[in-house]
Design a binder for this molecule. Structure first.
Ligand code: NDP
Length: 429
């Protein structure tokens, strides 16, 4: 049993993570929230109290922390006796927070791949550039480190693993489709950190096709999908974290990620990009000041967390999986629909933050209970997806499955056993 959670970061996703930890504090224990700005952490604690989210009376504490400082992070973990660290700060922090966990033995979770501020879109597979280099260190220290356990990456990895194990004899393709059919009512805004959001779209789009990496330009490949509830949406092939682990772990020849964009988003994005305003490289102004254009754009755009109160509509994110079962071609869609205003009502956040934060807490609960406390580094598809999907069904993120037989809630505990992590790694390579 592991107890006491340190949440790193105090943004939109941290708000959800903190509320969901509070709703399960009988199991998870004390809840600590740390970021550079104490007031942001305190505001989350105030909102937990205002909404009465604590399952039982318990400790909630805000801390000032620069999580790039490994020694300071390790000190905080030790001083507060935290055995689980949920890193939902900026992706630039991942390697530092992971180092602090390896030093202290705390379990580590994050929701996005590590990024170096000065580099955009490195060589695939991206996990090989940073995270997987620490795999042996985690194993030696018996540290459980669950990578990318938001929605995408995260839940979609579990959907992929579940489909491979339970629905098919062989899988030909996995198309991950991410639709936000909601409206925030602003002229232009991003749903999470603008700097991270834009970095996803400025460089090469990597996808996994015919068992190899394929490079495209952003907005080069377009496809319309008719999704449950949100209807028909236009998407574009986009580079995304989960392709970089699924391609290495599942042995599926085609894995692509499609994200929905409005014409308006593409127009604004294209203007910003063509003007050079999305560059991560510093420029010098006439007054001699050095500024990073992307950081300036971030500073003038709405704070993603501020969009939540007015957000309406729904998201639909899922995996369309095609393959063969008992000699017959088969197609399955595994998906979730989430409503922005219902999320705001429950935890004060919009659905993008909600769908990222709930899985991280579900994973923390599975680590606390022991189911996922594997004592090594794992991407989500390397872990048993069944308790994860089943737990999220009871935490506000309901998974549905659509196939030739119809559309129903996916209750995975009733289905097949999954292969061990070792066997799966051996089979995939
Ligand atoms: P925000 O930008 O809202 O929050 C980031 C937080 O990180 C801020 O509170 C900031 O606080 C904190 N932070 C930044 N630098 C430091 C530092 N050096 N030390 C301590 N804290 C720091 O981001 P979101 O909440 O929207 O996203 C959080 C993470 O979740 C990101 O990695 C994002 O990519 C990921 N994400 C994943 C999704 C998924 O489905 N997998 C979906 C959406 C997001 P302060 O300024 O006070 O330090």
């Amino acid at each position: 049993m592991k107890r006491n959670v340190l949440i790193v970061g105090a943004g939109g996703v941290a708000q959800v993570v903190a509320h969901k930890c509070a709703q399960h504090n009988a199991l998870l224990g004390d809840i600590h929230i740390a970021s550079r700005t104490l007031a942001k952490c305190q505001a989350i604690i105030d909102s937990i109290k205002a909404k009465g989210s604590l399952q039982q009376p318990g400790r909630l504490q805000a801390h000032t922390l620069d999580a790039m400082d490994v020694a300071a992070t390790a000190r905080l973990i030790r001083a507060m006796h935290c055995q689980i660290v949920i890193n939902v700060g900026s992706p630039f922090l991942n390697m530092s927070v992971l180092a602090a966990c390896i030093e202290t033995g705390a379990a580590y979770l994050d929701t996005a791949i590590h990024e170096d501020p000065g580099k955009v879109c490195e060589t695939p597979p991206w996990y090989g550039n940073y995270e997987w280099k620490r795999r042996q260190a985690c194993k030696d220290a018996k540290v459980t480190a669950v990578l990318g356990v938001g929605f995408d990456p995260g839940v979609v990895n579990a959907y992929a693993r579940y489909a491979v194990d339970a629905c098919f004899d062989s899988v030909e393709s996995i198309d991950i489709i991410d639709i936000n059919a909601g409206s925030h009512g602003r002229y232009f805004a991003t749903n999470f950190d603008p700097e991270i959001n834009f970095r996803e779209f400025v460089a090469t789009v990597w996808s996994w096709e015919e068992n190899q990496w394929k490079a495209n330009a952003m907005f080069e490949r377009r496809r319309d999908w008719d999704m449950p509830v949100t209807g028909t949406s236009t998407t574009y092939l986009t580079g995304h974290d989960e392709i970089h682990s699924l391609s290495q772990n599942l042995g599926v020849p085609n894995i692509r990620f499609w994200m929905g964009f409005s014409e308006h988003y593409i127009n604004v994005f294209t203007v910003l990009k063509n003007l050079g305003l999305l560059s991560e490289q510093p420029v010098r102004t006439a007054r001699g000041q050095e500024v990073v254009p992307l950081e300036v754009v971030k500073a003038v755009l709405p704070d993603p967390a501020s969009l939540a109160p007015d957000y309406t509509g729904k998201t639909c994110i899922g995996n369309l999986i095609k393959g063969v079962k008992q000699g017959q071609p088969k197609e399955v869609l595994i998906y979730n629909v989430c409503d922005h205003s219902e999320c705001f009502e429950e935890v004060g956040s919009q659905a993008i933050s909600y769908t990222a934060g709930v899985p991280a807490v579900a994973a923390a609960i599975l680590i606390a209970r022991g189911d996922w406390d594997v004592g090594e580094m794992a991407n989500v598809e390397e872990l048993d997806p069944k308790p994860f999907i089943a737990l999220m069904n009871r935490m506000g993120l309901i998974t549905r499955i659509q196939d030739a037989e119809g559309d129903s809630v996916l209750e995975p505990e009733q289905h097949v056993a999954c292969e061990s992590m070792e066997r799966r790694r051996a089979n995939a390579r």
